[in-house]
Write a protein that binds this ligand. Structure first.
Ligand code: GDP
Ligand code: MG
Length: 162
């Protein structure tokens, strides 16, 4: 069976940017304003010899700081479909209430969780670690979805059990 990975996180953390990089497609809408991706997007990725299915959850509504009911619903649906959840946060902004809410959904519904701090180009991973450790879902892996930093290494680790 194909491993299924769900990308979850509050709007604007860079989920669609990572999805596009992994699927090398423009299927997921990347925009500067949160709330544009209308629904879940499914794409195929491949890490070395291992193919996988990846789900990009959109920000149906809900601002930078908030998660709408619809978005929470979408997130839970994706978590139930997935073998692994990548919980994405923005390494450049602090931890928010919406991050804590998404982390709690992952704790309730994910089979396996990876915490990923995006936009971490040029940031000290130790500082990012101390900020997001408090989410209670492990130590964050710092990446830059836009620049591609540490993305392949992350996916190697995520897919190692499959
Ligand atoms: P989503 O709402 O979580 O799907 O986030 P998007 O992928 O739409 O990205 C939101 C914004 O963050 C866009 O302006 C992206 O260009 C920007 N972004 C995404 N990844 C990175 C990154 O690694 N570094 C920086 N500096 N910006 C990024
Ligand atoms: Mg998006």
């Amino acid at each position: 069976m194909l491993p299924v990975i769900a990308l979850i996180g509050r709007p604007n953390v860079g989920k669609s940017t990572l999805f596009n990089r992994l699927t090398r497609s423009r299927d997921a809408l990347v925009a500067d304003f949160p709330g544009l991706t209308r629904d879940r997007q499914y794409g195929f990725g491949k890490q070395g010899p291992v193919p996988y299915l990846i789900i990009d959850t959109g920000g149906v509504a809900g601002g930078e700081e908030g998660i709408s009911e619809l978005m929470a619903e979408q997130t839970v649906t994706a978590l139930k479909e997935a073998d692994v959840a990548i919980v994405m946060v923005d390494g450049r902004s602090g931890r928010t209430a919406a991050d804590e809410y998404v982390a709690s959904l992952a704790r309730q519904h994910a089979k396996q969780t990876w915490l990923v701090a995006n936009k971490a180009e040029g940031l000290d991973p130790d500082i990012v670690g101390s900020e997001f450790h408090a989410l209670g879902i492990g130590e964050p892996v710092s990446i830059s979805a836009a620049h591609g930093d540490r993305v392949a290494a992350l996916m190697d680790e995520v897919l190692a059990p499959f």
